[in-house]
Design a protein. Structure first.
Length: 157
């Protein structure tokens, strides 16, 4: 008789814990959806341009911030004429909150994506996966990112 009571209490405990986990999971999902980053604004249909996406996580370390600041600096100063003419744009995107864009580019970590748009539609993109690896090698980093951006801009003209 005692073993039936013990088994009954264990089963009841298991059910209560399972319900608690389910409620917690659903609450977390609902909160994440509420905090979701709005989708990246579309590129105007009459524009041909290159968009440089810095894909980052919600939590950003020192290296993450360095990768972003160097990339943004390169785009805004190294390609200033293209930015001013509207042919080039920098966008930072939280890939944990913008799941559609992250899925499109198969993003699992911090990286830069250089995407070419013609007539408002994406026609090509290039992943720059090595930005975190090169963050502490400024010259190599700048050369690597400059090459990816230049390649897309050249094919736009």
């Amino acid at each position: 008789m005692k073993s039936k009571k013990i088994i009954g209490r264990l089963l009841l405990g298991f059910v209560l814990i399972s319900i608690g986990f389910a409620i917690g999971k659903e609450t977390t999902r609902a909160r994440m959806l509420a905090e979701a980053e709005p989708p990246a604004p579309p590129v105007a249909a009459d524009k041909d341009k290159v968009v440089v996406y810095y894909m980052h996580a919600t939590f950003r370390c020192v290296t993450c911030n360095l990768v972003e600041s160097m990339g943004q600096e390169l785009v805004n100063t190294g390609f200033a004429d293209d930015v001013q003419a509207g042919r080039l744009e920098w966008r930072d995107v939280n890939f944990q909150k913008n799941e559609k864009l992250a899925a499109r580019y198969k993003v699992g970590g911090n990286m830069i994506i250089v995407a070419k748009f013609q007539g408002g539609r994406e026609v090509a993109h290039k992943r720059l996966d090595r930005v975190m690896e090169l963050a502490n090698k400024r010259n190599e980093y700048m050369s690597y990112v400059r090459g990816g951006v230049s390649e897309m801009l050249e094919s736009l003209k």
